[in-house]
Design a protein around this ligand. Structure first.
Ligand code: BYC
Length: 333
């Protein structure tokens, strides 16, 4: 018995050798991360790092695609040709962001079909913010100001993400998000400075409804964020959820004053000691409800995406048939 337990068969030896190699690869990977190196698609990476990236990047891609829906709802009702052209460009940019991000995730060995299946079957998450309705034209401006503003705050550090294909995609995304944020702010400024009392009231109502959900975009508090610690250690996330949320609040306060709107938080005040704003408690029950599928528009958003996928089947089939025909022609030539 004793000798048997000690004996190592050829298969086990191979497994052991492999694990030594893996330990070395892991060490080399850790050293590269510590040195601030970027990891490329073909480089060795631990399975957990790969999975974390696929999870985050695919959720990010889904958020961009689902994020087209609340604003897309207003394209036919934009008040002027200029606003309509801006909104069309913005919504198209979001489709583009989704495509860069799906491509970045595909470099990690997953397929677009797998990612979309996870979205359509409700297994994959997308940003909580897109499960709220857009009730008035002012919502479009507020999405630009607050939602894109929060997105930039979160995404600028991702330009330095340790996974290079994601970092590269984020550089372009951030440039475009910056235009999105400005157009939203400018649209609101036009309404609050040159609009009627009814338009100013419409802006305030939109701010009241979007402020708290925007703060939720940064994710749970650090103490309740299961992924943050490891993601920060790997250089996937560079700044924690709470730190980014605080930076966002501090940036928004003077912007709200410029617009002449009130942020709907009686506890919001400058804390000279911390040199930052204190703010009220986020309704975390609402956050978890929304990300678990029970927000005001979750079912509507998912149904819209599934319908678009089903109705696009003929386009995918035609593209595949065309590619096959081209390949056959090339083979014959
Ligand atoms: N909504 O451990 P945590 C845009 C999930 S698109 C839904 O802190 P992590 C735009 C989280 O996924 C904006 N789910 O996670 C588009 C995790 O769930 P699982 C999207 C959320 O990953 C069009 C669990 O809660 N931006 O800007 O370390 C128009 C625990 O959280 C949310 C990105 O995706 C949420 N708000 O940190 C306009 C940026 N928060 O997977 C604008 C990239 C958390 O463990 N992503 N969860 O089941 C990130 O930076 C990070 O993934 C997060 C979360 C900060 C969002």
């Amino acid at each position: 018995m004793y000798t048997q337990a000690m004996s190592v068969g050829p298969q086990e030896t191979a497994a052991k050798v492999q694990s030594v190699e893996e330990a070395q690869a892991q060490q080399a990977f850790d050293a590269r991360i510590d040195a601030g190196d970027f990891i490329e698609a073909k480089d060795w990476m631990p399975e957990h790092y790969r999975k974390t990236l696929v999870r985050q990047i695919s959720q990010h891609a889904h958020s961009e695609i689902v994020g087209m829906l609340p604003e897309g709802n207003w394209i036919t009702r934009a008040p002027t040709l200029k606003r309509k052209a801006i909104l069309l460009a913005k919504v198209q940019d979001e489709a583009g962001h989704g495509l860069y991000l799906y491509s970045a995730a595909e470099t990690l060995g997953t397929s677009r079909d797998q990612m979309l299946d996870a979205l359509h079957t409700g297994k994959a998450k997308y940003s909580s913010i897109f499960n709220y309705p857009t009730l008035s034209w002012a919502d479009v401006g507020v999405i630009g100001w607050l939602v894109d503003g929060a997105a930039i705050m979160n995404q600028v550090p991702l330009c330095r993400c340790s996974y290079a294909p994601y970092a590269r995609a984020m550089i372009r995304v951030c440039r475009e998000e910056s235009f999105h944020q400005r157009q939203g702010f400018e649209s609101l400024l036009t309404m609050t400075q040159h609009g009627t009392d009814a338009q100013r009231a419409m802006v305030q109502d939109a701010v009241d409804r979007w402020w708290w959900p925007s703060l939720m975009m940064f994710g749970p508090e650090d103490k309740d964020s299961p992924n943050s610690e490891q993601s920060i250690r790997w250089g996937i996330k560079r700044i924690t959820n709470d730190q980014l949320r605080q930076k966002f609040v501090d940036a928004c306060v003077p912007q709200a004053a410029l617009l002449g709107v009130t942020l709907p938080d009686p506890d919001l005040k400058w804390n000279a000691e911390r040199e930052a704003h204190d703010f009220g408690r986020i309704d975390w029950d609402e956050f978890w409800r929304v990300i678990n599928g029970d927000g005001p528009c979750n079912r509507e958003r998912l149904a819209a995406r599934v319908k678009a996928w089903d109705e696009g089947a003929w386009v995918r089939e035609a593209a595949l048939a065309y590619a096959k025909k081209q390949a056959m022609k090339e083979q014959a030539a």
